[in-house]
Design a binder for this molecule. Structure first.
Ligand code: ANZ
Ligand code: ZN
Length: 787
């Protein structure tokens, strides 16, 4: 609407699992109330909803029930849409986005091709978790203690060609979270996930062995400990393991490598686990002191982090310490703990200290030695400064049916050929075999696989992997701004008008993956010229989790289905109850007694609104009674307005409860005009409207309001009327007037005496004496007795 400021309140769209459970309601009802409130505050609000419709659960359900994933998904979408309507959510359904529809996923393919062009997408061989019994790859989350979650068979790694997005190109920019209005814990989790470490890559010479590689490069964040290196550990997958293994060690090494390939990364790096390894029989030379140290392999070193090789410093790294103890390797202290007497250490010393056993660097504080040693390494070209990230490129290939086909054709003559833009979408075939077979289900669909090369028209084969569904949620917020666009992903003017999203609400479970991917995607789109901003979500707010007892609510563990509750109490009661549970970001526990309380309150409101205000005109108006009620109205409005904007729905509702109580009191006491009563009723309904939209609108009709209450402005408040009434209090010291102070008329004894004692004039007369007695005559006088 022209003349109004736009406000985009996005809430994380649900997976169409079948039913909206009460946990969904806890996420969506308060978000809807916040959006409705914004609308009443005069903003033009975009608050859309859709479905994150691709993914594994649909496939599993399909296999279990022998129903097509599409059918299962769309049926659920329909049901959940009905439930959203029942909840009273103010979504504009004409903007709905369902990610499994070709109108949506063709743009996933479009962006994939743009990324490919820009070098942001690439194909490479990478290890995937492989279950030999289920004949399928597994996500990391599906590997439990090294075994397949489904059949318990030992999972191993299989090298496979996979597609990646180059998210690591944005690692540093993704760390720029400082000024964002996001919860600190989410920022921290993103930082840890990206895991930026600065250190040194340093080379240990192995040129004696006559290999192509003349050195092992290790990455360390503690170059100050270089003189304490007593061994080198290679990851079992390191390319130098094979050439450096001596004949006598070959059998041990082969067996160890084989065993390590069956372990998950999480297990290998677990702190509780015993550190194991085997020697290769080779030695490497430390460039700083010329010492030869043994080269071992150990599975606590990961091939994919740093350089895949570690310089072992048992005195100052606990993993190395345990490793050295186990294999009887020397432990040499090079950074002295305070007051160190030269004795052997009980455990690794990790803190800074003074360099010892470190040649020319002895006596330097270790923090300084770090710099000097790095300089020496650089000038001798033994190594270089280096930055390492935990973040890996985003593996987007899935050997699954229910996802977006990757728009690539493999041709014997032309190699990897992108599907031309005008041939998009590459449709997901409707009738495919989707049971797990060990490879992408689409491989079995001959009509899909066999195609012709877009380039030379020779027979060629399609890529049969589908995309990770996190791709879908990486840009859906842009699609909502112009969901009907059929020749481009979105209308840039619509995006300009609405995005970036002003406020994003949802569960904390998306703290890392989804939010990081969406941020990356947005930055890539910016660099490709699609949007002109770098961050997709300006403000982020995480709601807590709703529990029954101690359990998190989910479909399986919670029988508290919302539909029957709505039948019994009405949607408004359920909405208000969820908002009243506690602070939204804390979550809360479901209590039956609580919902009954809210139900009774809403019924009281109903009854108040239905009272016949004409009855009031039989009693004369008393200005002071009127002032009390009027003031309560303005105070409550001020409070509710502030609370709604900061997601404190619980205290907003508490404020409305107090207000309705005040109305009841004023009615009973009398002395108010029917006009003031009617104004108060109107004010109450307007404030209630975002939270209880059905009832508020119906009562709005009842009092003759203009259609509809949801098109009205939120009531205003006047700070002069809302201000507390004050009384002037006389302060005496030993019965003599010393000061007068203005305090709220309902001030209590403690506060009044405190205020009296704070007065400078009073203090002058107290000094020296000791306070014997304090007298307070409510609303009139404080007398302080000193001797
Ligand atoms: C020698 C050293 C001495 C280390 C010392 C630490 C303390 P962050 O901070 O997490 O980046 N490391 C390097 N590459 C590794 C790999 N592929 N697998 C397992 N560990 C690896 O950790 C950096 C430290 O982790 C590096 O610094 C290295 O051990 C180890 F007193 O080098 B350090
Ligand atoms: Zn070709």
């Amino acid at each position: 609407m022209p003349g109004k400021e736009n406000f985009y309140h996005l809430t994380m769209f649900p997976y169409p699992s079948g039913d909206l459970h009460i946990g969904h309601w806890f996420a969506f009802a308060p978000a809807d109330a916040a959006a409705r409130f914004r609308r009443m505050m005069g903003y033009n609000v975009l608050h859309p909803q859709g479905f994150d419709a691709f993914g594994l659960p649909a496939e599993n359900a399909a296999i279990e029930r022998n129903i097509h994933p599409r059918e299962w998904t769309l049926r659920n979408v329909e049901n959940m849409r009905r439930q959203f309507r029942m909840m009273g959510c103010s979504y504009d359904w004409s903007r709905e986005v369902v990610t499994c529809m070709p109108e949506y996923y063709r743009w996933n393919q479009f962006f994939f091709l743009k990324f490919l062009e820009a070098g942001l997408a690439y194909r490479s061989e990478a290890p995937a978790n492989w279950c030999p019994s289920c004949q399928t790859t597994l996500a990391n989350e599906q590997v439990k203690d090294g075994n397949c979650e489904r059949c318990d068979a030992a999972v191993n790694k299989r090298q496979m060609m996979q597609w990646f997005y180059r998210i690591t190109r944005y690692a540093d920019e993704l760390l720029e979270l400082g000024s964002m209005d996001w919860p600190d814990n989410i920022k921290l989790m993103q930082r840890n996930w990206i895991g930026r470490s600065t250190g040194v890559d340093i080379n240990f010479d192995v040129s004696d062995y006559g290999l192509e590689e003349t050195a092992i490069t290790t990455f360390t964040t503690r170059i100050d400990t270089i003189y304490g290196v007593t061994f080198i550990v290679l990851a079992p997958e390191h390319p130098l393991v094979e050439p450096l293994t001596q004949p006598a060690q070959r059998a041990d090494v082969t067996a160890y490598v084989e065993q390590a390939s069956r372990e998950s990364e999480i297990d290998r790096t677990s702190v509780e686990r015993e550190k194991t390894g085997v020697p290769t029989g080779s030695y490497a030379v430390n460039p700083l002191n010329g010492e030869q140290v043994p080269v071992l392999i150990g599975d606590y070193v990961l091939a994919t982090y740093g350089t895949g090789a570690v310089m072992g410093v048992p005195a100052h790294d606990q993993r190395d310490f345990l490793f050295a103890k186990k294999y009887n390797l020397p432990i040499r202290v090079v950074v002295a703990p305070p007051n160190w007497d030269g004795k052997a250490l009980e455990e690794a010393y990790l803190e800074p200290g003074i360099q010892v056993n470190s040649g020319e660097f002895n006596g330097l504080p270790s923090t300084e030695a770090k710099k000097s040693i790095t300089d020496k390494i650089r000038s001798n070209e033994w190594g270089k400064k280096s930055v390492t990230y935990r973040l890996r490129d985003w593996l987007i290939s899935r050997q699954r049916y229910w996802g977006t086909p990757i728009p690539i054709v493999y041709c014997d003559h032309c190699g990897t050929v992108p599907v031309p833009n005008d041939e998009l979408p590459v449709l997901l075939p409707a009738q495919a075999q989707f049971k797990p077979t060990g490879q992408s289900p689409l491989k079995d669909d001959k009509d899909f696989v066999n195609t012709s090369c877009p380039n030379c028209h020779a027979p060629a084969k399609r890529e049969t992997d589908t995309m990770d569904t996190f791709m879908d949620s990486s840009w859906y917020h842009l699609r909502y701004t112009s969901p009907a666009e059929s020749y481009r992903p979105f209308d840039p003017d619509a995006v300009k008008a609405w995005a970036p999203v002003h406020r994003y609400t949802g569960g904390v479970e998306h703290a890392v993956m989804h939010l990081l991917y969406a941020r990356f995607f947005n930055k890539a789109l910016r660099d490709l010229g699609f949007v002109d901003f770098g961050e997709p979500y300006t403000q982020l707010f995480n709601h807590g989790i709703m529990r029954t007892g101690q359990r998190k609510i989910s479909k399986r563990s919670n029988p508290l289905a919302p539909d029957p509750l709505v039948k019994k109490y009405g949607a408004d009661t359920v909405r208000c109850y969820l908002m009243f549970l506690g602070p939204w970001d804390h979550g809360g526990e479901w209590r039956q007694s609580g919902i009954n309380g809210i139900f009774r309150w809403l019924n009281r409101v109903w009854e108040l609104v239905w009272r016949d205000s004409m009855i009031l005109s039989s009693v004369p108006v008393d200005p002071s009674s009127e002032r009390v009620l009027e003031r309560a109205g303005h105070v409550t409005t001020r409070r509710v307005e502030g609370d709604m904007d900061s997601f404190k729905f619980n205290t907003a509702i508490a404020g409305l409860m107090e207000y309705s109580n005040e109305m009841t009191r004023s009615w009973d006491k009398g002395g108010i005009s029917s006009r003031l009563w009617e104004n108060s009723v109107e004010r109450l309904l307007l404030m209630l409207a975002p939270m209880a939209p059905h009832m508020a609108d119906e009562l709005w009709q009842h009092i003759g309001g203009e259609f509809s209450i949801h098109q009205q402005k939120f009531p205003s408040w006047d700070s002069a009327i809302a201000a507390a009434e004050t009384v002037t209090i006389v302060v005496q010291v030993n019965g003599r007037l010393r000061d007068t102070i203005d305090l709220p008329s309902d001030v209590g004894e403690t506060a009044a005496i405190e205020a009296a004692l704070a007065s400078e004039k009073v203090q002058r007369h107290l000094s020296g004496g000791s306070l014997r007695r304090r007298v307070y005559v409510p609303g009139k006088l404080v007398n302080l007795v000193v001797t």
